[in-house]
Design a protein around this ligand. Structure first.
Ligand code: FAD
Ligand code: AMP
Length: 477
């Protein structure tokens, strides 16, 4: 092979693309991974949205802000008094940036040790699996590949009446970089990102109003869990206005004047900063030349089958740029699957057992079907719930908000869905994911020994409750 020929060229170095490149190299293939991510300061970094502007920086700030909030509101319950509690936003942001840098540098190191050629610049697929690569200085070359993996990800949706200006009206990335706590913060969209970012700044002292066009709160979450979470968010002071559709946003000297419509008619709201978090769209700008054979669906996603094959031979697509939930781990599993299939190995993603997590406090996490979805399927089912208020570890942690809800088939007891709102729900859900991956029944969970005292006992008890055999709560007959 010549210098510019590879077994696999991956376009995009986010959590879908870089694991695909690493696994392909582990499989003995020659691999190049092209990525064009550019930070606000002009520096380049692998890792895509997730590492640079998404999962990782948001979780760093959620942790810092939660610690501050707990120190201010909860430490006294433990008998700990604090005087002069202060926030140093610069230090908080510095910690966050340090974590991001370590992890993105880690990808470079992984590329080196696995023999992946990392190329920073723009990639464009041409006909016959040729890829045009343009580096930061504008120099172009053409790479030839036996297989191409598209992993170009997604970008925030921009609304025409509230265009991002990088100062007053920002996207989720901008909202992770505020240098001070805005006094009045507006958030458009009460989805995962809107709630997480609203929580960060609210815990640090901002007055937060979240406008959500839909009447249903967290429509994709099990209704009982969403209701429970909404109750706690309200108690925390998050002002979430449902059925409130933003129609205009004007930047003035005093702030942003937001106009929205709700059941009462037209309303206005003035805020210092406005975060627009109304979803993300697949990113395919300048990605395809003529004659590639790759097609997009009506929503702009690259069309793929269940194994992430596009409509062009030996061209694959993974992650946010294809159908399915926009989640880092979903993209990673797709990337790894594709790299194994290219190498002639077995590869599969179980789309029925992909966990989702919302990192609010309490956290929300789930896997499988909601009760409404099970009901709609017509199958007979049983439900077990258990509140963290009756869990010893949760009490010791002073984290008793929330519950575990488990849904199993009446006929054969198979787990259909597990939903958690509560402390570290995002960690707890792993047990349920593994159980569902192994097609476990609620009895399997009932018979599994859970350490005491742990939060996992709430999952155990919810499984027992599905058969009205919970020990630590009253089983309603
Ligand atoms: P991306 O991460 O978007 O990466 C695509 C990469 O490809 C980018 O670097 C881009 O610059 C590059 N690229 C695009 N086109 C080209 C081209 N033509 N040439 C070269 N390079 C190109 N998900 C979770 O699972 N958990 C979370 O907690 C979570 N939190 C989030 C918080 C926020 C604030 C946001 C915004 C997102 C969050 N997500 C979370 C979603 C997660 O970030 C995405 O699902 C994930 O990053 C998608 O991975 P990807 O590799 O498909 O795309
Ligand atoms: P997600 O896709 O999970 O990030 O959520 C985005 C949310 O933004 C959805 O719940 C949308 O209903 C909501 N949304 C979209 N446009 C508007 C708007 N103009 N005003 C208020 N909410 C909106």
């Amino acid at each position: 092979m010549s210098e510019n020929e590879y077994d696999v060229v991956v376009i995009g170095g986010g959590p879908a693309g870089y694991p695909a490149a690493i696994r392909a190299a582990q499989n003995g293939l020659s691999v190049a991974c092209i990525d064009e991510w550019k930070n606000h300061d002009g520096s380049r970094a692998f890792g895509g949205t997730c590492l640079n502007a998404g999962c990782i920086p948001s979780k760093a700030l959620l942790e810092s802000s939660e610690l501050y909030h707990r120190a201010a509101s909860e430490f006294s319950a433990h008998g700990i008094g604090l005087k002069d509690l202060e926030i140093d936003i610069a230090a908080m942001q510095g910690r966050k940036s340090g974590i991001v840098k370590q992890l993105t540098n880690g990808i470079k190191a992984l590329f080196q040790s696995n023999g992946v050629t990392g190329l920073q610049g723009h990639g464009k697929l041409l006909a016959d699996r040729q890829v045009e690569f343009t580096d930061a200085d504008g120099n172009s070359s053409v790479l030839k590949a036996n297989h191409v993996v598209i992993a170009s990800g997604s970008v925030p949706v921009e609304l025409p009446m509230a265009k991002f200006d990088g100062d007053r009206i920002v996207d989720s990335w901008g909202a992770l970089d505020f240098e001070e706590v805005p006094q009045r913060l507006g958030v458009i969209g009460a989805g995962v990102i809107g709630l997480e970012l609203g929580s960060v700044w609210q815990r640090l002292g901002a007055d937060v109003v979240i406008l959500e066009a839909l009447d249903d709160f967290l429509f994709m979450v099990d209704a009982q869990i969403a209701k429970e979470a909404g109750r706690h968010f309200k108690k925390q002071g998050l002002d979430i206005r449902l059925g409130a559709k933003m129609t205009d946003a004007k930047v003035e000297d005093s702030g942003v004047i937001v106009t929205y419509e709700d059941a009462g008619g037209q309303q206005t709201l003035e805020v210092d900063k406005l975060i627009v978090a109304v979803g993300r769209r697949p990113f395919t700008d300048d990605l395809f030349g003529d004659g590639t054979g790759v097609t997009l669906d009506e929503r702009g996603f690259v069309t793929v089958d269940e194994h992430c094959r596009t409509t062009a031979d030996n061209v694959w697509a993974v992650g946010d740029v294809v159908r399915g939930p926009m989640l880092a781990h979903k993209g990673t599993e797709e990337g790894v699957m594709v790299a194994d299939l290219i190498a002639g190995k077995v590869g599969e993603v179980n789309y029925d057992a992909i966990p989702s997590v919302i990192y609010t406090a309490p956290e929300i996490a789930w896997v499988g079907k909601t009760e409404a979805e099970v009901k709609e399927s017509g199958a007979a089912y049983k439900v077990g719930t258990f509140p963290f208020a009756a869990n010893g570890r949760a009490k010791g942690m002073e984290q008793t908000d929330g519950l575990v809800k488990l849904i199993a088939a009446e006929e054969d007891d198979e787990l259909l869905g597990v939903h958690i709102v509560g402390p570290v729900a995002g960690e707890l859900i792993a047990e349920a994911v593994l159980a569902m991956e192994f097609s476990a029944s609620s009895e399997d969970l009932q018979r599994t020994v859970h350490a005491h005292p742990t939060l996992t006992e709430a999952i155990h008890e919810a499984a027992l409750a599905a058969d009205k055999r919970a020990i630590h709560s009253i089983n309603k007959r």
